[in-house]
Design a protein around this ligand. Structure first.
Ligand SMILES: Cc1ncc(COP(=O)(O)O)c(C=O)c1O
Length: 394
């Protein structure tokens, strides 16, 4: 009864890990859960206030498909002030989370068998989203030596006459890599010359620690024309459950996205949109505090990571994940079809620590841990990982 398309989709690893963790917790086990990509902060007060006010003032009817005008105006202001790129409100489409923004962008631009270049390690949903939107994911492995960043050379090797989109997630989930301007410029140049669109997922853009963040469309007028920018409120505003994201793109693409959104979902909940409006307008201070806390956690974790036996990593420059190379231990798992899954299962069963196996991000040599949780948990989690590593190699 099911379509071929749905049968080609892999269920989400992260969701299956959450189910396992919930089952173990229900048996009374205490689990250190480092698998979740969700901030441990709450919605900024300004967002909560604006949402409550919207309910009290009955702002609960259908509204404009691309999103509330005041919210889109606030997004335009934010993009101009923080990211140095100027859009019109008509070029913004507010969606139900960045996930919905990405799928909107893919549906609006892909024809069957168009290829989308996805640098690995990648956020786990990208290849499945591309397949669901009739496209073909083309995975390009980046290397730890190059801080997991895509180069023009790698891109050029992967591009074919079917390539339509290059997806760049900056800062990256799972690696925390952040591209500099001089790393982005040649990629933009290449895409421009080869008539490729860039899908720039910048949802972690505010969570950037060591260098100023450079938004791809801010690089040049041409960069802006060929880029579909994706951003949202889940990560930097800790507003995951409100389901609010957006695209900013040239007017041809934004109109198309708006048309399809009009048929599929109309628009995200108006209450959620007012919450986003409040958070953007008056919640900056709270959001900056969250980023300082993530940075301080990262800085505390690095020396502990350095003490783990025979692992390597690239210091994350943004987002809130550590992507740890455990490939030195692969030799002890020759029976398993996926080393990172077997290792993660053993870690959960023997040390009660939940992490995400690297295979979920397209590289089986790694595990991902999230530090969007209490620092004491993460430190305890790393200590237990060290215990497991010691027993494996005995
Ligand atoms: C890179 C990346 N893009 C998009 C999303 C989806 O965000 P949202 O909750 O806004 O749908 C996530 C969530 O984990 C993510 O890590």
């Amino acid at each position: 009864m099911l379509s071929k398309k749905i049968k080609s989709i892999t269920p989400s690893f992260t969701i299956s890990i959450s189910a396992k963790v919930a089952a173990l917790k229900s048996e009374g086990k205490e689990i250190i859960d480092l698998s979740i990509g969700e901030p441990d902060f709450m919605t900024p007060d300004a967002g909560k206030f604006a949402a409550k006010d919207a309910i009290d003032r009955n702002k609960t009817k259908y509204d404009m498909v691309p999103g509330l005008v005041p919210l889109r105006e606030e997004i335009v202001k934010k993009l101009s002030l923080e990211n140095q790129v100027n859009y019109q409100p008509s070029e913004i489409v507010v969606s139900s989370g960045a996930k919905n923004a990405i799928t909107n962008a893919l549906i609006a631009t892909l024809d069957p068998s168009d290829e989308v270049i996805i640098p690995a390690p990648y956020w786990t949903s990208y290849p499945e989203m591309v397949k669901l939107c009739h496209g073909v994911p083309k995975i390009v492995q980046t290397s730890e030596e190059n801080d997991f960043k895509l180069t023009v050379k790698q891109l050029d090797k992967a591009v074919t006459d079917k390539t339509k989109i290059v997806l760049i997630n900056n800062p990256s989930n799972p690696t925390g890599a952040v591209y500099t301007r001089s790393e982005l410029e040649p990629l933009v140049d290449y895409c421009s010359k080869h008539n490729l669109l860039i899908l720039a997922d910048e949802i972690y853009e505010r969570i950037c620690y060591d260098q100023p963040f450079v938004s791809i469309p801010s690089i040049s007028q041409r960069a802006k024309e060929i880029t579909i920018l994706v951003n949202g409120f889940s990560k930097s505003a800790a507003m995951t459950g409100w389901r609010l994201g957006y695209t900013a793109s040239n007017s041809e693409i934004s109109k198309a996205i708006s048309t399809l959104q009009g048929h599929l979902v109309s628009h995200p909940s108006t209450i959620a949109q007012w919450a986003g409006y409040g958070a953007l307008k008056d919640g900056k201070e709270e959001m900056s505090q969250m980023v300082s806390i993530y940075k301080s956690r990262r800085d505390q974790l690095i020396p502990i990571l350095n003490n783990l036996n025979n692992v390597s990593y690239v210091t994350p420059q943004g987002a809130f994940y550590l992507f740890i190379n455990i490939s030195a231990y692969k030799q002890y798992y020759t029976d398993s079809s996926s080393f990172s899954v077997a290792f993660s299962n053993q870690l959960l069963e023997e040390q009660q620590v939940a992490v995400v196996p690297g295979i979920a991000f397209g590289n089986d040599d790694y595990i991902r841990i999230s530090y969007a949780t209490k620092i004491e948990y993460v430190i305890e989690g790393l200590n237990r990982i060290q215990k497991l590593l010691a027993t494996i190699s005995k």
